[in-house]
Design a binder for this molecule. Sequence first.
Ligand code: 5GP
Length: 191
Amino acid sequence: MKALEEKILKEGKVLPGNVLKVGSFLNQQIDTAFSMEMGKEICRLFGDCGVTKILTVEASGIAFAFAAGAQLGVPVVFAKKHASANLSGETYAACVYSYTHQRNYEIVVSKEYIQADDRLLILDDFLANGNAINGMLEIAAQAGATVVGCGAAIEKGYQGGGDALRRRGYRVESLAIIDSMNESGIVFRKQ
Ligand code: 5GP
């Protein structure tokens, strides 16, 4: 998505530790109109896949997933990062290693929100090593749901998580894929 690549170049900051900061439109302040444009693009890509629900993880995935869900006309379920008192009954859970926080955490979804006949689109703000999406795939498998595909607003292609998922046969669509990134510039993969 050309407009996203341009926005990353204009507003993104490359931080030490290979982290791209896009707090001005995705990770802290949310550009609502631009988010809806990203949602439209996800809808263009997955609109004919019979998606019944989007699965994402709190907190940064929610705005992007919401925009996609609004365009596809389906609900958005977000995995919580800690077992919470609000989650009654049994839950699906997976352990995820956080790239940005460098620690393991649990992601949890109440069983009432994913059914075996759901066709899930798994979305997150970033796809790097693929740990967050792999955790959500585990939750989808526990529910017996079908995964129609995975997507991210921004994929850091050089970290390999997206291509590993593609090799496993998943359809993975990222609106911008970064092939390399450092203080002097960002190079995008041609899509
Ligand atoms: P993965 O699990 O694929 O290794 O990393 C994706 C998760 O880590 C996303 O949920 C995202 O929040 C976070 N993440 C990974 N890399 C970056 C980055 O460069 N910038 C930001 N803002 N978040 C990142």
